[in-house]
Design a binder for this molecule. Structure first.
Ligand code: SF4
Ligand code: SF4
Length: 56
């Protein structure tokens, strides 16, 4: 299972995008979007998110 974003919680800060080592995360319409085909489940984005919007 790739990391998942709770779009209701995401505030669009971009911290997860910078934390992802495989560039699986982009911001679209002010929300984080994870490309499940790229995600290697490292957990960096989960740790980086200040509002706990990402889960693995
Ligand atoms: S779990 Fe790791 S590889 Fe997957 S989106 Fe988050 S930072 Fe990127
Ligand atoms: S770090 Fe969290 S709040 Fe910031 S863009 Fe990513 S998912 Fe959204």
């Amino acid at each position: 299972m790739a990391a998942k974003v709770n779009v209701d919680t995401c505030v669009g800060c971009g911290a997860c995008e910078g934390a992802c080592p495989v560039e699986a995360i982009t911001l679209e319409d002010g929300k984080s979007k994870i490309d499940e085909s790229k995600c290697v489940e490292c957990g960096s984005c989960v740790s980086a998110c200040p509002v706990e919007a990402i889960s693995l």
